[in-house]
Ligand binder design. Structure first.
Ligand code: ADP
Ligand code: MG
Ligand code: MG
Length: 910
């Protein structure tokens, strides 16, 4: 393992200025560590130190630093010189504070050994409690406490935990022995076992350990301690921990700390207890103490599910319809004290805390505090409340919300109270929950939806021909494909819930059924998907609508006041445009016009146009499309009420519109009045080897100018119509895609200007408009200075720009990008987060060169990256004017833009 720089620096320092401090003590109102030392002490250790210094009742102990872990692994699993003495000395301090001695037969000190990395990490060693007990100290504990049952219970717990966690003896061996003993005596609770029964259990436990490990249970407390410390460090390299680190990008060289702490006992009788709590409600954020406890219990009994835990507060007890008494009722004084600790911790950490405590014979002890995990809804409420309470300021509130988490709040969710039957799981490809009738083809989806039915489109995978069906469906389910599959990307763009790659489902396209184990779903059967979790459920599970007012609106308002980047949306349908406005979009940054060609009978006219053999034939077909396009734009302009609308002229390879089936070919042949064979032949002629780099984008406009001309006309006529009918001023920004040569843009801009003048003359309305281009080819980025002579704006089409910069097809990348990420070759998927070095450098170059030619050149981004917080930050740094993203990401972008502004990224003032 590579050594950390910190460790190296420390070592060098220690050579000159004395010794590295490997052990930090805490307790008795003092501590050598602090909360901000979590890198060195781990989260648990740093906060134990902090609570100690705050004067809270923390049992004394010490933390062995993460640097010891690093040392351990760089030095053949050995400890640094002097560690043993340091631990001895720290242990002596604990003995003195507690007034008991480790391994003492008369009054033994017992300790817990707890792991603790910088971030809480499942996979690390479980805590060992009651360490220091053996056959003779247990007698001392019994005598000193005057409670033999407690002493033997503690010993049997210790053997069980140490046996399992340190010696690797499986849990069930111990549980079997315990169950057997209870059964024989007709008991149901562990606490009912008599001292004699517990002694029997202990003997059986020890025999089991001997049988399983071939060695007797260790009796020497010092040996127990070092074995437990070694087990904590050892757990850093278990497969579970390694996997977890890889999945969460936690560096291996962080290491874990070990906390050794004097035991306090919640299992000494009815005036003892142990519990866990949140200083506010972690699911809804309500400012109410929220937690559970158990009388006469130890450690994780509360969460282990052996006994039913009781609520801390009367309110909590009522809300959960519990009949068991609350701590507030049973131990009112201790509860009041705990409530004070709660306020003290919140005031100090200025955030909601997750705490663990134990009551020993009527005295409260604090065992842990950390910032509490919470739902997105709770995070919002807590942040806004804390501003109102004067605990944090608005900037801090904005910093605390993870923009991506807002997604959870914007989509319909499953009613948490509703029962559900999960039949399969896939990837959470696009958030939101939806239920409807399963359909297996896009056409059927459209058919049934037009009759007012809610449908879920179920496909093995989707392709561009399924778009109309995806649009008609309330949700999309695929059995193949990942998070960046066609289905996933398109569904996210449309704001449709989607579960992709649910591989357990077998679709029979012929029979129109899908099967998983013994469950058969037929065409039309009701199913529900949750695109936030990836779950597929049988039947329709009720959903609830998100709440966009209240705290959400408040926080968004603060974000808007801060951010400098504008946020627009990618939208082409009225529904998307309206949704985006509701979410606060300040215009449309990308209206893709190709979707407008797929609908209903337009596709036939479009195919007729493509397959016509001369300009006259094309114009005839286009004339039929013109009024429909115009109507689309009229509606969009009306919804956007004078906000900018960037319309991209036709972009995709023509072959995407070609007829495939015989029926489709016949339909076109009939409409165009040509032979079926001619249609077939011409369609075959148009096949391209590499369509994404083929006849598409402005190349269409250059070869078939009448297409772009029709579109420009539709736009200007729509603007004129809206002006006349409602007085609203539409400001279209006409965007020419896939420009590589400055000349391409010049030629097409001339055409647009000509059409604008013609429409102005004919309608009597002169529309203010601008013409610009997408920068999506490296050549365009490099020649931005030239291109800006004709372009009034640039919009970075970073999906294509990433593909063309990397020479990497997004549709084919999933297969190998995962391996790249696993091997650490790529820190992130470049289609999700903009590559700041390569693609980003082109964005930077194009921005600079473009603005050199035209200082007021408007700059925006409209790729998927426009909704990704890290990419948005980059856009702010480069100085773009706006980002454009799918409607459901608009709030995320608004918040991310505010965070970018807070972090010092600036955009120029225009
Ligand atoms: P985790 O990281 O899984 O939360 P902890 O180290 O917090 O593990 O230990 C789990 C539980 O063990 C604590 O919540 C507490 O109830 C109990 N525990 C740990 N140390 C002590 C101690 N010194 N005295 C009493 N109980 C302890
Ligand atoms: Mg645990
Ligand atoms: Mg804990």
């Amino acid at each position: 393992m590579a050594q950390t720089n910190v460790a190296k620096a420390k070592k060098t320092a220690s050579a000159s200025s004395g010794k590295t401090q490997w052990v930090y003590r805490f307790g008795a109102g003092k501590a050598e560590g602090r909360a901000d030392m979590r890198n060195l002490l781990g989260g648990k250790g740093a906060n134990l130190a902090e609570m100690s210094s705050l004067g809270l009742p923390v049992p004394p102990g010490f933390t062995i630093t993460t640097e010891v872990c690093t040392y351990y692994y760089t030095n053949g699993q050995s400890y640094p010189a002097g560690l043993e003495q340091d631990v001895e000395a720290a242990l002596a301090t604990v003995e003195e504070t507690v007034g008991a001695r480790f391994g003492d037969d008369a009054n033994p000190l017992l300790v817990s050994v707890r792991s603790g990395a910088r971030v809480s990490m499942p996979g690390m060693m479980d805590t060992v409690l009651n360490l220091g007990l053996n056959d003779s100290t247990v007698e001392g504990l019994a005598r000193h406490s005057g409670d033999a049952r407690f002493a033997y219970d503690s010993y049997r717990r210790f053997i069980q935990m140490f046996g399992n966690v340190v010696l690797g003896v499986d849990h069930h061996h111990f549980e079997e022995i315990l169950e057997l003993e209870k059964e024989e005596r007709g008991l149901s609770l562990d606490t009912e076992l008599t001292p004699e029964a517990l002694q029997k259990v202990i003997a059986a436990y020890k025999a089991k350990v001997q049988a399983e490990t071939g060695k007797p249970f260790p009796q020497d407390p010092k040996a127990q301690l070092w074995a437990a410390i070694g087990a904590v460090f050892g757990s850093w390299q278990t497969q579970r921990a390694i996997t977890y680190r890889r999945l969460h990008s936690i560096p291996e060289d962080w290491g874990t700390a070990v906390n050794v702490q004097a035991m306090v006992f919640g299992n000494m009788g009815e005036d003892c207890a142990t519990g866990v709590a949140f200083t506010r409600n972690p699911s809804n954020g309500e400012n109410a103490f929220y937690g559970e406890y158990l009388v006469n219990a130890q450690g994780e009994d509360v969460v282990a599910g052996i006994r039913t835990p009781q609520h801390l507060t009367v309110a909590g007890k009522k809300a959960n319809r519990s009949s068991l008494p609350a701590m507030e009722e049973v131990m009112p004084k201790l509860f009041a004290e705990l409530d004070q600790v709660r306020h003290k911790l919140e005031a100090h950490y200025r955030d909601m805390q997750d705490i663990e405590f134990t009551v020993q014979r009527g005295k409260l002890y604090m065992l842990q505090t950390r910032s509490g995990k919470r739902t997105a809804a709770a995070a919002l409420k807590i942040a806004v409340d804390m501003v109102k309470e004067g605990v944090i300021d608005r900037d801090e509130a904005i910093r605390r919300i993870d923009p991506a988490s807002l997604d959870q709040l914007l989509h319909p969710m499953l009613d948490p109270k509703a029962p559900r039957k999960v039949i399969a799981r896939g990837l959470p490809a696009s958030p939101g929950a939806a239920g409807g009738h399963a359909v297996f083809t896009a056409d059927e989806a459209e058919d049934r939806a037009s009759k007012g039915e809610k449908v879920i489109l179920v496909r093995t995978e989707t392709s561009p021909e399924d778009i109309h069906g995806m649009h008609a469906a309330v949700g999309i389910l695929t059995t193949r494909g990942g998070m960046t599959s066609h289905a996933a990307v398109v569904a996210r763009g449309m704001g449709r819930p989607c579960v992709s790659g649910a591989g357990d489902l077998r679709i029979d396209a012929h029979a129109r059924t899908m099967k998983v184990r013994d469950v058969l779903v037929r065409d039309g059967d009701l199913i529900t998907i949750d695109g936030g979790t990836g779950e597929v459920m049988l039947g329709e599970v009720p959903t609830i609508q998100p709440e966009l007012s209240g705290d959400f609106a408040t926080l968004m308002g603060w974000a808007d006041a801060l951010r400098k980047l504008k946020v627009r949306t990618n939208a082409e349908t009225p529904l998307d445009a309206r949704t985006a406005r509701r979410f606060g979009a300040e215009g449309i940054g990308l209206c893709r016009t190709e979707h407008m060609f797929f609908d209903g009978n337009r596709i036939v006219a479009m195919r007729e146009m493509i397959l016509a053999d001369d300009e006259a034939g094309r114009r005839k077909a286009l004339a039929r499309i013109l009024p429909m396009q115009r109507a689309d734009f009229v509606e969009l302009f009306q919804i956007m009420k004078g906000l900018p609308v960037t319309i991209r002229l036709l972009d995709p390879p023509l072959h995407e519109f070609l007829p495939h089936t015989d029926a489709e070919m016949a339909e076109v042949a009939a409409a165009a009045g040509i032979e079926l064979d001619t249609v077939r032949h011409r369609a075959a002629m148009m096949k391209e080897a590499n369509p994404m780099l083929g006849h598409r984008g402005c190349r269409l406009g250059i070869t078939f100018p009448e297409i772009y001309e029709m579109q420009a006309r539709a736009i200007f006529e729509a603007a004129a119509q809206v002006k006349k009918e409602s007085g609203e001023t539409a400001e279209p920004e006409i965007m020419i895609p896939l420009v590589a040569l400055p000349k391409e843009l010049e030629v097409l801009k001339e055409m647009v200007d000509r059409v604008a003048a013609e429409v102005a003359k004919a309608s009597g309305v002169a529309t203010t408009y601008s013409v610009g281009t997408m920068i999506e080819l490296p050549r365009a980025a490099l020649l931005a200075g030239e291109i800006a002579k004709a372009a009034e704006f640039f919009s970075f089409g970073t999906n294509d720009l990433t593909q063309t910069t990397y020479g990497l097809s997004r549709d084919d990348a999933a297969r190998f990008l995962q391996a790249y990420e696993r091997k650490g070759l790529l820190p992130q998927d470049p289609f999700v987060t903009l590559d700041p070095q390569g693609v980003g450098e082109l964005v930077r170059i194009a921005s600079e060169r473009g603005r050199k030619t035209r200082p007021n050149l408007k700059l925006g981004i409209c790729g998927e990256h426009g909704g990704d917080p890290a990419s948005i930050r980059f856009c702010a740094e480069v100085g773009l004017d706006y980002v454009s993203c799918s409607p459901y990401r608009v709030p995320i972008a608004r918040l991310a833009a505010a965070q970018a502004a807070l972090s010092g990224a600036t955009t120029r003032d225009v």
